[in-house]
Design a binder for this molecule. Structure first.
Ligand SMILES: [Zn+2]
Length: 263
């Protein structure tokens, strides 16, 4: 039900796409225009160390897969990934979102990341980040305004924000890969009824692994008890190793991003 609601929101946002020509979003890491406020200056200059951050919202995450779109077509990729951050976020929260985007901008120098200044009216293709319920994002560039929810404080960590941004960049979850059954076992008997779709697997015609090996600690991998109804594991590694993101990008994540975007 929630997925349908969020999809409706996304469609509505696309429908009311703005057409005014107010200031362009400031780019990361080099802003093309002087920011209109000191906040933007501060955001563009501050970088935090993401070490030690944790994914906090695996259990409430509800992404919106657009299965028909898949990830392989070039049209779902960004040249300029601009974000419009809802004014409801505090300065510290905006800074954290900025820092997560900055980290990804360093990984993907061929993608121009930007944040629309406070008070501006976003235009073109952009990610509209709002404090809705849970952490979720539409996968790949859809055109116009597209949905991302970063609930506060639950989704306010570097790892979670990068996770959602990587959805926007075009990746589904690691455990959705076509080859996931070779590496993990999904225990549907422990999954909350009605949330089984979060463990869908996509075919190799829908998604590409970009010839990067399965990483059960990818920033895009669910934790072992995600969507558990009883506290028991919903995902178990066949090799017995740890499952779930460490809260930071892994080398596998970086490699997949670079290959998708030819950076
Ligand atoms: Zn996700």
């Amino acid at each position: 039900m929630k997925t349908i609601g969020l999809l409706s929101v996304c469609v509505l946002l696309v429908a009311i796409r703005q057409t005014s020509s107010l200031p362009a979003p400031s780019a990361l890491p080099q802003p093309p225009v002087p920011p209109r406020s000191s906040l933007s200056n501060q955001m563009l200059e501050s970088i935090i160390n993401p070490n030690g951050t944790q994914l906090e919202c695996n259990a409430i995450e509800e992404d919106i897969p657009n299965i028909r779109s898949g990830l392989i077509p070039i049209r779902y990729r960004w040249q300029n990934l601009n974000a419009f951050i809802d004014p409801a976020y505090s300065i510290n929260e905006r800074t954290l979102i900025n820092n997560a985007m900055y980290r990804l901008a360093q990984v993907l120098p061929c993608v121009r990341f930007g944040i629309w200044p406070i008070g501006s009216t976003p235009t073109g293709d952009y990610v509209h980040i709002r404090k809705l319920s849970g952490c979720s994002a539409v996968v790949g560039k859809q055109g116009g305004s597209q949905h991302m929810s970063l609930q506060s404080p639950g989704c306010m960590s570097m790892g979670t924000i990068m996770h959602e941004m990587i959805h926007a960049l075009g990746f589904f979850h690691e455990q959705s890969r076509p080859d996931r059954d070779d590496f993990v076992t999904i225990r549907l008997q422990n999954v909350q009824p009605g949330t089984e779709h979060n463990f869908n697997k996509y075919s190799s015609s829908q998604v590409s692994t970009f010839n990067v090996g399965y990483d059960q600690q990818s920033i895009m991998h669910y934790g072992s008890t995600a969507f558990s109804s009883n506290g028991q594991p919903t995902i178990v590694a066949r090799n017995g190793g740890p499952i779930g993101s460490t809260g930071d990008l892994r080398q596998s994540d970086i490699l997949k991003l670079k290959r998708m975007y030819n950076c």
